[in-house]
Design a protein. Structure first.
Length: 347
């Protein structure tokens, strides 16, 4: 079975890489030949997400538009769309056929737009288009049960396939007693704002002496305190960065958008054998538990959670080992590839 997976987004974006492209080698073992075809190139996506001029963004979007295909190649048996097939709607004369399968992992039915493109939100029409995909696809695949419940308002058939990790390719942290532990966060400039809510906890932890260095991978560059460090995110350095953390954090606001998140950041920490501290929002409530980490809401709770894990290397080692085993057992590509292959075959 040959599957054409389309998306506006190149594999430099976590969502398309994690949910679609990275599944390809695991699906091959189950008779599925998945071909991922993004509309935007990495450089074009970079232009669109930057503060570039309107004409440069328009030129990048136009190139991607010309690259889009209005028809499904006869060589493919199934057409899957992840999030959006194109960043902006195609005109009616080039409108592609409705997908057999629609996959999504954020509450995009609410609509989202980056801060660099706020004034162009009316062009993207993400909310309307994602709902249209759900209504017309033969199968909708959601990243968690919360999103699946919302999709069921529009779709005839909805199944859950979580975002997955490849534990075999992720080196594990070696937990040792350290005078200064490394607390890590990994993400993107658009999500780095969540970290601000927990900075007071680090101020308190480090008030008398440096006990925890906060490493932010992929965050928006900003003036930072002496105990914080920013690193650029790259695909080639991601695994090593994760394996350098002693503790991972995932603070979130409690809104409908955040409740739809799939907890991929936590799964990355777990795959690296790193225990986590997270806000009790959405799937975080179920992912962080049974000796894998701590849920924290107030600054006081964050301070208590940090102090517990900073002071106890044996606990970090124990919870990190349990977290890695959990990620491999419940959220690995090897675990979910057979089920995804069966779902694709069913359409």
């Amino acid at each position: 079975m040959r599957v054409l997976a389309e998306s506006a987004y190149p594999i430099s974006t976590p969502s398309s890489r994690v949910r679609v492209a990275a599944f390809a080698p695991f699906l091959a073992a189950h008779g599925v030949d998945l071909h991922y075809r993004p509309t935007l190139t990495v450089s074009e996506y970079g232009v669109l997400g930057s503060d570039a001029s309107s004409w440069r963004k328009a030129a990048a979007a136009a190139r991607a538009f010309r690259r889009s295909s209005p028809e499904l190649d006869d060589a493919y048996d199934v057409r899957l769309v992840h999030r959006l097939s194109t960043l902006v709607p195609l005109p009616r004369r080039r409108r592609p056929p409705q997908p057999d399968v629609y996959d999504f992992d954020d509450a995009i039915y609410l609509g989202s737009i980056s801060s660099a493109n706020t004034r162009y939100g009316w062009i993207k029409q993400e909310s309307r288009r994602s709902v249209a995909y759900m209504r017309n696809a033969r199968l909708v695949i959601a990243g968690n049960s919360y999103l699946a419940d919302r999709a069921a308002r529009y779709a005839n058939r909805v199944e859950v396939v979580p975002s997955c990790v490849d534990v075999d390719r992720q080196p594990a942290r070696t937990h040792e007693a350290r005078e200064v532990v490394t607390v890590g966060w990994i993400g993107s400039p658009s999500t780095s704002g969540y970290v601000r809510a927990v900075l007071p906890a680090f101020e308190r932890i480090n008030r008398d002496r440096l006990r925890a260095r906060l490493v932010l991978v992929g965050a928006k560059p900003a003036v930072q305190p002496s105990w914080a460090e920013s690193r650029p995110w790259t695909l080639s350095s991601e695994a090593a960065d994760l394996a350098s953390f002693d503790i991972g954090i995932m603070p979130l606001r409690d809104t409908e958008w955040e409740r739809g998140k799939c907890g991929y950041k936590l799964l990355q920490y777990f795959a690296a054998g790193v225990p986590a501290i997270a806000s009790p929002v959405g799937v975080n409530r179920t992912l962080v538990g049974d000796g894998r980490g701590i849920l924290a809401t107030s600054v006081e709770e964050w301070v208590q959670a940090l102090e517990l894990l900073i002071d106890d290397v044996d606990l970090r080692r124990l919870w990190g080992t349990a977290a890695r085993a959990y990620a491999e057992r419940e959220f690995s590509y090897r675990r979910w590839a057979p089920e995804l292959a069966e779902l694709l075959g069913s359409v």
